[in-house]
Design a protein around this ligand. Structure first.
Ligand code: URA
Length: 434
């Protein structure tokens, strides 16, 4: 088999066989197929597309390029969740304990933040001592004992994606649905869960800017998950403004805890109930979404979800007291409120730029190796649709220095657009795809 033949076939709109796709991925990972040939193939796929059979074969070939986690040592139904990434997205910190408190097993591998988006691992490390690398034996033991473990993705999971993603990033071939689906689903399938729920973000702070793109991606992801024999659902959610109010690692942990305490409701709680109800119904633990929502709400009312989070933190070498007393978490030395210079209705917030403010304060990574400051970020007082009077606070900046706080305050003001007439609040849950 020759890569040049496969390139010509895809260039002319042909369909690659499973054997051809495996040849290409195996050869690329082994270094036998050159980057320039693989770049041409990614562009041909972007322009010509792939059908479901090809996308599934590509996903499986990528998944088998590395370690496939064996969760057979875990009793019960294993559930996982994936978000396509956004600003202020602390959902896993609430959803995973809530679902585990309903009796499902969460054996989850998460990622770090990059650029304007945050990552669950960094947030978890706001709990001093939290160990994201407890090893496979403890990972399985913890899930069997307390129903939940959240660790970092091991280096051996889907090496093909690491190579391919880096290549796509510099060849203009990231926005191809089959390439995105195979990249995300190869990692999710390799992580071994029975039930997978996908939170596909759409809007200015997301990878998918329009609802149409998000829907196409969500449908592709669920189709491939099901074809691979997993229970799978997707929810399309708004990312035209940050999720919740806090952006920045420890600040987001505090907000997540306030949801688990029943003190904060709004979009964050709604998202957890929606994603969680998809998991519980797909798993067959609840008869329908209403019953599932009631079960999930009960984990907050009884304190079971908060207790589950404290068990998780303790089982991974943190201190459970930090969950009940959030004053123990990292705090930035400077807090600066940002008075609005305009009166009106908040009509738009540049979500990606809000994420970048947190990054510039030191809360996010510029490169994968960057050290981050867990204490910094911002907490919004206003969201799209709110009335704002002149001088009223738009939010509070948490920074390491006065100067950085002042710069961030200017940037936050620049992210906000106002209207003289009332503005409808954006629809948060746009669609559920089962
Ligand atoms: N996230 C991934 O993991 N892969 C993509 O291709 C895009 C987003």
């Amino acid at each position: 088999m020759l890569m040049t033949d496969l390139l010509a076939k895809k260039r002319d709109g042909g369909e690659l066989s499973g054997e051809e796709i495996r040849f290409m991925i195996d050869g690329y990972v082994r270094g036998e197929i050159a980057d320039y040939q693989m770049s041409a193939m990614c562009m041909a796929i972007l322009l010509r597309g792939m059908n479901d059979r090809e996308t599934l074969d590509l996903t499986m070939a990528m998944m088998h390029s590395g370690e496939v986690v064996d969760l057979s040592g875990i009793e019960g139904i294993k559930a996982d969740k994936h978000s396509t990434g956004g600003v202020g997205d602390k959902t896993s910190l609430m959803l995973c304990p809530m679902v585990a408190a309903c009796g499902l097993r969460i054996a989850k591998m998460s990622g770090r933040g990059l650029g304007h988006t945050g990552g669950t691992l960094d947030k978890l490390e706001s709990f001093p001592g939290y160990n994201i690398a407890i090893g496979e034996r403890r990972f399985i033991e913890n899930v069997n004992r307390i129903g939940i473990a959240l660790i970092g993705q091991t280096a051996d999971i889907v090496p093909a994606d690491k190579k391919l993603y880096a290549l796509r990033d510099v060849t203009g071939t990231v926005p191809s649905i089959p390439l995105i689906v195979s990249s995300i689903m190869s990692k999710k399938l390799a992580s071994g869960a029975d039930v997978i729920v996908l939170d596909v973000k759409c809007g200015s702070g997301a990878f998918m800017k329009t609802e149409e793109q998000a829907r196409e991606l969500a449908r592709g992801l669920t189709r491939i998950g099901k074809l691979a024999g997993r229970k799978c659902a997707a929810v399309i959610t708004d990312m035209d403004q940050p999720l919740g109010r806090a952006v920045g690692n420890a600040l987001e942990v505090k907000e997540a805890i306030s949801v688990l305490r029943g003190e904060t409701k709004g979009d964050l709680l709604e998202l957890c109930l929606t994603l969680g109800s998809c998991i519980l119904t797909e798993a067959g633990v609840a008869a329908d979404r209403e019953e599932a929502r009631a079960m999930l709400r009960a984990t907050i009312e009884s304190g079971a979800a908060l207790k589950k989070l404290s068990e998780l933190v303790e089982a991974q070498d943190g201190d459970a007291r930090d969950v009940y007393d959030t004053a123990r978490l990292p705090v930035a030395p400077v807090q600066l409120t940002v008075p609005s210079e305009t009166a009106g209705y908040l009509s738009h917030m540049d979500c990606e730029k809000v994420g970048l403010i947190s990054m510039h304060l030191g809360g996010g990574r510029v490169t994968k190796e960057s050290e981050i400051d867990l204490s910094v970020g911002l907490v919004l007082d206003k969201k799209v649709g709110d009335r704002v009077e002149k001088g009223e606070s738009l939010g509070t900046i948490h920074a390491s220095t006065e100067e950085k706080a002042r710069e961030a305050a200017e940037l936050l003001r620049a992210c906000c657009t106002f209207s003289d007439t009332p503005v409808a609040r954006p629809k948060f849950i746009k669609e559920i795809i089962e």
